[in-house]
Design a protein around this ligand. Structure first.
Ligand SMILES: Nc1ncnc2c1ncn2[C@@H]1O[C@H](COP(=O)(O)OP(=O)(O)OP(=O)(O)O)[C@@H](O)[C@H]1O
Length: 583
């Protein structure tokens, strides 16, 4: 029952609405007592020959009024109680979503997207059941159960009532025990279904690899096994599910048997009338639901409580990226002083970066090159405050980047990541993602600078072409250039290209870079790349190896140095020449 206390913040907020809902439930419970009683009275009138068309019309009118009132009050409680439940679901869903958007990388490494989706669907459903079904079953079981019991005792006969309800608690126990088993088996069935879903998704996504490695047969076999498993698990669910009805019938049968036995005796001894007996039999039928509901209530509470535990655990997780009190809100600009003494990824003992120091003047370009896994992206991630825990300090415009609000820092950095991501919308909206109200001219200007404008015009619907999951397939280079345009349009103080030109040819790369250089004369740019041609025009280039800077200088200085940079440059020039000859 403790879940009701934990959710009291919501119940209190919706107090009026819940009270109206529960009041309507009680009114319905009272109104439900009328029809059986009237049937009893009419039976008695028939038996004693005192029935007249006038009295029959009177009783029928009462029946009609009670039915109408039940209709109205049922509508009210449904709207109130289920409406509130949906509101709770919406409120907690918002809390969860806001929380997710504020979390850091560590959180998303700990919880897989699938887990988070499951919490945001199944656990919220569990919670909705408490606020809707839970409140309903509790209030209804108590009001219908009590009013019916009292009516049986005082309107008909208390001795008969005691005997008739004797087997009924068994209903509550059965519904609790079977419900629990059903829940466990249902969870197993769901899990095997999720597993099957994952498998199908993976196979379809990897269909090309599957075929090239000739693994279709094995894959189909595995699919067959998993579907058989799903069927087997569902059979176990139905086995329990089909025990419910016979159990209810059996228990009710015992109750009716005892009622008829004792009720018959009471009639022969003139203790109760036949009409009373008919009323009574109807009332017993009305007790099935409350008894059943009590058992169900325990299951709802158990599930809801476990769901709320999981949701609260998620909400309790804290992001390690926190804004300090009184953070600077003025947008970053100025010179950058980057110094990392030591940085390791969370829960990783390896030192990923050490003694990385560089200065970058406003308006200059920095190039970062190095072998794969050297630490280029990690340097950029620290600049973007994806991780705050390192020894050292990064100053931007004379202040530690951790002293800015996240908005003041991130809104003014245009980051084009390695694995570019396009949203499922039009190309135009992907480019003006930061501000959907930007006019077409600005979108086109950004696209021209990113050298993608002509490609876009050649697509079936131009700028209106849908991209993303269900859109047209774009080449890797086209996606990269759209991502660059998306960043250009924001005219960021600092633009970071993280290997963002790897899939475009050398000529296009040159045209984009020279365009950017011209447009961004007063702004700062960082380019991390494998290709030396991407960085050779930068004011300073650093070569990163094993998490630290091993060479630095301008292109000419680095060539003179005769180290890794020079070797790489020669090698890439040779490759380019050979490619040119091939063409
Ligand atoms: N989230 C993470 N947790 C732990 N280690 C990580 C994480 N991300 C990267 N690393 C490790 O940090 C090191 C540097 O990776 P980083 O991505 O910075 O290299 P890179 O120079 O950008 O490589 P590439 O050119 O291939 O992108 C690698 O050894 C990598 O395995």
């Amino acid at each position: 029952m403790d879940i009701f206390k934990r959710l009291s913040w919501f119940f209190l907020k919706e107090k009026k609405s819940y009270m109206l809902g529960i009041f309507s439930l009680v009114v319905v419970a009272l109104l439900q007592l009328i029809p059986p009683r009237i049937i009893g009275i009419v039976v008695d009138e028939i038996e004693t020959d005192s029935i007249t068309s006038k009295s029959l019309t009177f009783w029928l009118s009462i029946l009609l009024v009670s039915a109408l009132l039940q209709y109205i009050f049922r509508y009210i409680w449904r709207m109130r109680i289920w409406g509130n439940a949906a509101k709770l679901e919406q409120t907690v869903r918002k809390q969860l979503y806001n929380h997710f958007t504020n979390m850091d990388n560590q959180f998303f490494q700990k919880y897989r997207a699938g887990d988070l989706m499951a919490h945001a669907t199944n656990d919220l459903r569990g919670l909705r059941m408490v606020a809707g079904g839970g409140i309903l079953t509790m209030a209804d079981a108590i009001s219908v159960g009590l009013t019916t019991l009292l009516a049986m005792m005082f309107v008909v006969d208390w001795r008969l009532t005691l005997i008739a309800v004797f087997p009924l608690p068994l209903l509550a126990i059965t519904s609790r025990v079977l419900g629990r088993k059903l829940h466990m088996r249902f969870r197993d069935a769901q899990a095997s279904f999720s597993q099957l879903n994952d498998k199908v998704q993976e196979s379809i996504q990897g269909i090309k690899v599957l075929k090239t490695f000739g693994q279709e047969k094995e894959d189909v076999e595995e699919f067959k096994e998993q579907t058989a498993n799903v069927v087997a698990k569902n059979r176990l669910v139905y086995k329990i599910d089909s025990l419910f009805d016979p159990a209810i019938t059996l228990i009710m049968g015992v109750s009716y048997f005892l009622t008829i036995l004792v009720g018959g005796l009471l009639i022969t001894e003139n203790e109760i009338s036949i009409g009373d007996f008919v009323t009574f039999i109807n009332y017993i039928g009305m007790l099935v639901w409350p008894m059943f509901a009590i058992g169900r209530l325990f299951n709802i509470i158990e599930r809801g409580s476990a769901s709320y535990d999981r949701i609260e655990n998620l909400l309790r997780e804290e992001s390690s990226i926190v804004e300090r009190k009184g953070s600077i809100e003025t947008p970053v600009n100025g010179d950058l002083e980057f110094f990392i003494k030591k940085f390791s990824y969370p829960e990783d003992e390896v030192t990923t970066l050490h003694d990385v120091r560089f200065s970058l003047k406003a308006g200059h370009t920095l190039g970062i090159v190095g072998k794969t896994g050297a630490g280029k992206t990690t340097i950029l991630k620290l600049l973007l405050r994806e991780y705050d825990h390192y020894k050292g300090d990064v100053q931007y415009g004379g202040h530690d980047i951790r002293d800015y609000t996240l908005d003041a820092l991130l809104k003014h950095i245009g980051y084009v990541p390695q694995d570019n991501y396009l949203f499922s919308t039009t190309i135009r909206d992907n480019i003006r993602f930061a501000d959907p109200s930007l006019p077409q001219e600005e979108v086109e200007a950004a696209a021209r600078l990113a050298d993608i404008h002509d490609d876009i015009l050649n697509l079936p619907n131009g700028y209106d072409t849908q991209v993303g999951e269900r859109g047209v397939s774009l080449s890797g280079g086209q996606k990269q250039r759209i991502s660059i345009a998306r960043s250009i349009i924001t005219n960021p103080e600092l633009m970071i290209l993280d290997d963002s030109l790897s899939a475009v040819d050398a000529k296009t790369e040159e045209s984009i870079l020279s365009g950017l250089k011209e447009k961004r004369q007063k702004q700062t740019t960082i380019i991390a790349a494998h290709r030396i041609s991407s960085v050779m025009h930068a004011e300073e280039i650093i070569v990163v190896e094993d998490g630290t800077i091993v060479e630095r200088g301008t292109h000419e200085q680095l060539l003179k140095l005769g180290g890794w940079y020079k070797d790489m440059y020669r090698q890439q020039q040779l490759e380019q020449k050979l490619e040119g000859e091939d063409e």
